[in-house]
Design a protein around this ligand. Structure first.
Ligand code: PLP
Ligand code: COI
Length: 341
């Protein structure tokens, strides 16, 4: 297989249309067999559930080229399970987990020429998503759905790559205490657009959302969970029912405990204690681990001792171990790596 001639080292986190994607349709209470198609367009009735009431959810994961030349995905079973949770919360039919894994394998195989080479700094981002497709005008779930998977080769989510970013404490709330913050529904991202455009216009890279009820606890950003490192080297990750259960964060907790012999606390994190941490980062599939150098709360700056030049030393160890596992340089825990090619 001949790789596409792309400038792998300079890709941004953007959409590059590839040749193949997967589609399966749900009607009369059942999913069809699904197929690979070259049609990147989705044509739906004007009254489709997804257009009127945002009945849609998605996932995000990556395919990597390993040091020994295989193409693998990282813990895709957890994405399959999370998509089932998202679908249930939005009254959509679950796409069976085994079929989710198979669909991803098929799309990655069909687009192998777009999987960035080992060491290029780029990866293949995989976007599974689901939507209500038949007309609904009264507020109710659709009866028909489409599940699709496309891929796009991507570079770093934040422009500077591993350069620390600056974030602001948002005045907007991301998720209500008993709302939908814990699932990957498109609605959570639509409501974050005004907040991120505002933050960018003010010169910030991202938002830190606080808990909507008390506005005293750290939740997450628009697209990643937080990790903090204490001055004595512990990993602390915020616990909340209204944040997305990040697969990267759950993996880092394991890596910290079992590979790096670190103590880990997964607990509520008061915003008031953030100033005492030594390092801060964002973690997620797109973000990988993006170091945070500064947090600004209405003009009051929290500058982490790790500074604005480089990742802090503990964040660096977590980053190197996680990406080492993903790229096959470090042996993975049982079941974490799915070899596709
Ligand atoms: N939080 C939000 C709101 C996200 O959109 C994402 C991205 O998927 C994450 C956290 C990180 O989750 P994961 O590590 O599973 O990609
Ligand atoms: C991901 O990390 O996969 C996401 O979905 C986050 C999004 C901001 C790109």
């Amino acid at each position: 297989m001949e790789k596409k001639q792309l400038d792998w080292g300079n890709l941004s986190f953007g959409y590059v249309q590839t040749e193949a994607r997967y589609v399966s349709k749900y009607s009369n209470g059942a999913w069809d067999n699904g197929t690979i198609t070259d049609d990147a367009n989705v044509v739906l009735n004007e009254c489709a559930g997804v257009f009127q009431y945002a009945q849609t959810c998605f996932e995000g994961l990556k395919a990597y080229t390993t040091e020994d030349g295989h193409i693998v995905t990282f813990r895709p079973d957890l994405n399959a399970a999370r998509m089932v949770d998202s679908a249930r919360r939005l009254e959509m039919p679950a796409f069976p987990e085994e079929r989710f894994l198979d669909a991803i394998d098929q799309v990655v195989k069909a687009n192998a020429a777009y999987v960035p080479p080992y060491g290029s700094g780029a990866t293949l981002y995989i976007r599974p998503y689901m939507m209500g497709t038949n007309p609904v005008i009264g507020v109710k779930p659709a009866d028909e759905y489409m599940f699709r998977v496309f891929v796009t080769p991507v570079g770093p989510y934040f422009k500077g790559g591993a350069k620390p970013i600056t974030i602001k404490v948002s005045d907007f709330d991301r998720a209500a205490p008993n709302g939908t913050g814990h699932i990957k529904g498109g609605l959570n991202y639509a409501m974050s657009l005004h907040a991120i455009v505002t933050a960018h216009a003010e010169g910030f890279d991202e938002n830190m959302y606080l808990d909507a009820k008390t506005r005293t606890k750290v939740e997450e950003t628009g697209g990643a969970n937080f990790i903090f490192i204490t001055k004595d080297g512990k990993l602390v990750t915020p616990k909340s029912n209204s944040i997305l259960p990040s697969i990267t964060r759950r993996s880092l907790v394991y890596v910290a405990e079992h590979y790096l012999d670190m103590k880990v606390e997964h607990r509520e994190v008061e915003f008031a204690e953030v100033k005492d941490f030594a390092e801060c980062g964002l973690c997620g599939t797109a973000a990988v681990i993006s170091p945070v150098g500064k947090i600004v709360d209405h003009g009051k700056e929290i500058c982490f001792p790790s500074g604005m030049q480089d990742m802090g030393p503990v964040t660096r160890k977590l980053y190197d171990t996680l990406t080492g596992i993903q790229m096959g340089r470090i042996e993975a825990p049982e079941g974490w790596i799915r070899t596709i090619l």
